[in-house]
Design a binder for this molecule. Structure first.
Ligand code: UDP
Ligand code: MG
Length: 340
């Protein structure tokens, strides 16, 4: 596959008011950074307005524009995945269509990638202009809850706006799961990932394409995709109930010894408490196995290799989808030789 220096990937859903300005600004930024050696990939995620028509008109004028029309609305994360799949850039910039994430940050991101030897430069939202208090509050709460529940360090207050190296993207695309929470998956792959902070602009035009229901769906994908904590809840409840039942058993026993209880109460209580604890415990065990089964079913690569230095005897086992640099002084993310 011939490659380009830079791919810019942008999912669009009902963005007819944004695409022209988006294309103008993104094109200018890309040309200033790498000249003609770039591609802009716009994905039409089943828009109901004239987004696709506008894209076609733009593509007729700009040979560097690749446009993809999805069969229906698949949602932001899958539209993004479709674009990433078709990209051929050695560096990949992910952007929103509404210009809330200024493409003009690209030079700064490339510089951070070079100077710090990073594979991913992600943009952390500082100030947020023109977004409702409810949106900011729920987003903030969500990122903090997610951090508590998961083992993967998913950066706080970070959307999908980021620059990635080719090998980082290859690692991302080696994760075959259906429910895709891209920003979490990128965090999962590892490599050196560095933040830059920016102030989030207002949407250029139109309404948010993330109403509450879609945000909830995304949050649910994130939590279930990166944590089995909800499944483990039964285990913990079972344990707590076992502890509690010891106290209750003592109470029942004292009542029985004193002969102060109604006939039959003791045996009834014993059955209720013990069975309750046993059921919770067994449910918890099932939850634990189900959690593991779920993780296995995702078939993620078991590990991702960053570098191999020195002679390797035979064919090195590099994980499902790794790339390798062979010398230590090659800056990470610039000279990449895929193993396949
Ligand atoms: N988007 C999409 N499919 C959807 C919803 C959103 O491709 O079903 C795109 C949308 O066009 C935009 C990006 O995802 O480029 C982020 O959406 P939006 O800006 O509305 O979200 P917000 O910034 O309000 O969270
Ligand atoms: Mg937006």
């Amino acid at each position: 596959m011939t490659s380009k220096a830079l791919s810019i990937v942008i999912p669009c859903y009902n963005e007819e008011e944004c695409v022209d300005e988006l294309h103008r600004r993104v094109s200018a930024v890309a040309k200033a950074a790498v000249g003609e050696d770039h591609e802009i990939i716009l994905i039409n995620d089943g828009s109901r307005d004239s987004t696709w028509m506008k894209m076609q008109a733009l593509a007729a004028r700009d040979p560097r524009l690749v446009i993809i029309n999805l069969s229906r609305n698949h949602g932001h994360q899958l539209a993004l995945t479709a674009g990433l799949d078709l990209s051929c850039g050695r560096e990949i910039l992910i952007l929103d269509a509404d210009l809330q994430d200024p493409p003009e940050l690209l030079p700064q991101m490339r510089e951070a990638m070079r100077n710090l030897g990073a594979d991913v430069v992600y943009a952390v939202r500082g100030k947020r202009v023109g977004e409702s208090f409810a949106k900011r509050a729920t987003a903030s709460l969500f990122y903090r809850l997610l951090a508590k529940l998961t083992d993967t360090d998913i950066p706080l207050d970070t959307g999908d706006f980021r620059l990635m190296s080719r090998r980082a993207l290859d690692a991302l695309m080696a994760m075959p799961e259906q429910a895709r929470f891209v920003r979490g998956m990128v965090a999962w792959i590892g490599f050196k990932q560095v933040p830059i902070t920016y102030d989030r602009a207002e949407r250029l035009a139109g309404e948010t394409k993330y109403p509450f229901a879609k945000m909830f769906g995304l949050a649910f994908d994130a939590i279930t995709g990166f944590s089995t904590a909800p499944l483990r809840f039964a285990s913990h409840a079972g344990l707590a109930l076992v502890g509690l039942s010891v106290l209750i058993l003592a109470y029942i026993l004292i009542g029985w010894l004193r002969g102060t209880t109604v006939e039959g109460w003791t045996s009834l209580m014993l059955v209720v408490v013990l069975l309750g604890a046993a059921q919770m415990f067994v449910l918890g065990m099932i939850g634990e196995y189900l959690g593991r089964l779920y993780l296995e079913a995702k078939k993620r690569p078991t590990y991702i290799v960053a570098d191999v230095i020195g002679p390797v005897a035979g064919s090195p086992k590099l994980g499902h989808h790794a790339s390798t640099t062979t010398t230590s002084d090659t800056p990470i993310g610039s000279d990449i030789r895929p193993t396949k």
